[in-house]
Design a protein around this ligand. Structure first.
Ligand code: CDP
Ligand code: MG
Length: 217
């Protein structure tokens, strides 16, 4: 499972994602916050490489740090994917994590393996190329993260979502949106570089431009 950049830079949101999963009895076997090399993101999403959104998706995953984890437990895949909700934020149940904290469409806060075989391959990839390691400290690291960040009640999701949706609906292609998104995404981003937050804001702006262009085709 990966908390994508739009989740990781928002510390309170990522703490809620983690807490929701741990509350279901899942155990954390590996836990790592990292920047993702482009080659790793391309391999991770290789199944989508012929899709029109592939390059954007790689830009997104590499824009700012992510939290990568190996979670273990009975029906782990089903539990995690149910907790996340449907892929597109606007289709996800409003009580699911993507429904509550996702930004819009595929800017959807987290990735989770979709089957045991995929999980096996993704774990092999992230351990060999991402330095992810099974460790007896992982559970404690995740618990500390939750404890540290759950208390703040900073949640800019609705403001960020509104900024994105309004821009798409009003065909607003202005780069001023990048400044607004950088500010909102940076409000609860302890330990994340400002330049990474801006890179993420630019990637979300690219998404806005793409949506506007598709709508007007
Ligand atoms: O993440 P999930 O397994 O639910 O969905 P997927 O179909 O495997 O797609 C992987 C990721 O690509 C999604 O989570 C979205 O971030 C992105 N995506 C997108 O941006 N536009 C699409 N039309 C489909 C997927
Ligand atoms: Mg998938």
């Amino acid at each position: 499972m990966i908390i994508k950049p739009d989740g990781t830079v928002r510390r309170h949101v990522s703490a809620i994602v983690l807490k929701t999963l741990l509350d279901q009895g899942l155990r954390v076997k590996a836990f790592k916050e990292m920047s993702v090399p482009r080659s790793l993101a391309e391999k991770h999403y290789a199944v989508h490489k012929e899709r029109p959104f592939f390059q954007w998706l790689v830009d997104f995953l590499t824009s700012a740090p992510v939290i990568v984890m190996i979670l273990e437990g009975e029906d782990a895949i089903e539990k995690i994917r149910n907790a996340l909700g449907k892929t597109f934020v606007q289709d996800a149940d409003p009580t699911s994590l993507r429904g509550k904290y996702g930004i819009w469409k595929g800017v959807n806060i987290a990735h989770a393996s979709d089957a045991p075989e995929t999980a096996k391959n993704e774990i092999a990839l992230w351990t060999s190329e991402g330095g992810l390691e099974v460790s007896s400290d992982a559970q404690a690291l995740a618990s500390q993260y939750i404890e540290h960040y759950i208390k703040s009640d900073i949640d800019m999701t609705m403001k960020i979502r509104k900024t994105v949706v309004d821009a798409i609906e009003s065909n607003n292609t202005s780069e001023g949106t990048i400044d607004i998104l950088t500010e909102l995404l940076g409000k609860d981003s302890n330990g994340i570089n400002q330049s990474d937050i801006r890179t993420l804001a630019k990637v979300i702006h690219d998404f806005i431009l793409e949506e506007i262009s598709n709508k007007n085709k």
